[in-house]
Design a protein around this ligand. Structure first.
Ligand SMILES: [Mg+2]
Length: 251
């Protein structure tokens, strides 16, 4: 990770201002009016992990992870939890059983997330995007409900740690502090010594858009499929993109 609270170099910020005018033109040409302008107004990008950076459960399916966690909680699960393929649903139920159950489930989830991310690669274009953002003077913080340990491991293995300033992700067994709660975004804003108005959250789920809104942070929905486009557009994010390349400022 780079040094905390380092401001972008003045010449980099000047270049960004120059880019801004050109981007207004590119945006109109490409039908992307708004996204690049929105990015140009900000200093700090908060980037969701599962989805934009990699598909965490592509090789170790989320349903398998959820099912393994359910065995730690017990046989008499509520129907909604028993049927869920979302590991965080199991963690939320475990938290309702008590702190020790939540701790056991969260630790095992972290281990399984570590295993899951060891089996996948960054999404196409992610290294280039992170490198460009850093070069253009943005700070990048990964803001994720996934385990901070797993994210750190993934970034290190794939040599992506350098352009990422911070990781604001799951470090406790308290699911109430995860997105859509704004706590992870609030912590990132505070750690950067900035204000919510200088930040933008990029994520592929409703929780990202809702957490950003509550935190006072602008949101860009990443919606690579028609189903995501429909679901996320209904939440009225500040902008919506269908491809990570749409977030690049360089032509
Ligand atoms: Mg996501």
């Amino acid at each position: 990770m780079s040094e905390p609270n380092q401001k972008p170099a003045p010449f980099v910020r000047s270049l960004r201002v120059a880019f801004s005018g050109l981007n207004a033109i590119w945006g109109k040409v490409e039908g992307m009016t708004g996204v690049r302008e929105l990015l140009q107004e900000k200093d700090h990008v908060f980037l969701d992990f599962d989805g934009p950076v990699c598909d965490v459960f592509a090789e170790l399916p989320a349903r398998e992870v959820a099912d393994r966690l359910k065995k730690l909680v017990g046989p008499d699960l509520p129907r909604g939890v028993s049927a869920s393929a979302n590991p965080l649903d199991v963690l939320r139920y475990a938290a309702s059983c008590g702190p020790s159950t939540a701790h056991i489930v969260e630790r095992q989830l972290s281990r399984l997330e570590n295993e899951a991310v060891s089996l996948v690669s960054p999404a196409p274009g992610v290294p280039e995007l992170l490198g460009e953002w850093a070069a253009q003077g943005f700070t990048v913080t990964i803001v994720s409900n996934n385990s901070a340990e797993a994210i750190r491991s993934f970034l290190t293995v794939h040599e992506l740690a350098e352009p990422v300033r911070r990781i604001s992700a799951r470090t406790t067994s308290d699911p109430d502090r995860l997105k859509p709660h704004p706590a992870l975004l609030d912590a990132a804003v505070k750690a950067l010594g900035t204000s919510p108005g200088q930040c933008v959250m990029v994520g592929d789920s409703a929780a990202d858009v809702l957490a950003a809104r509550t935190a006072g942070v602008a949101s860009i929905a990443f919606a690579p499929t028609p189903a995501k486009r429909k679901a996320l557009a209904a939440l009225a994010p500040d902008a919506l993109v269908t491809d990570l390349a749409d977030l690049r400022l360089a032509p």
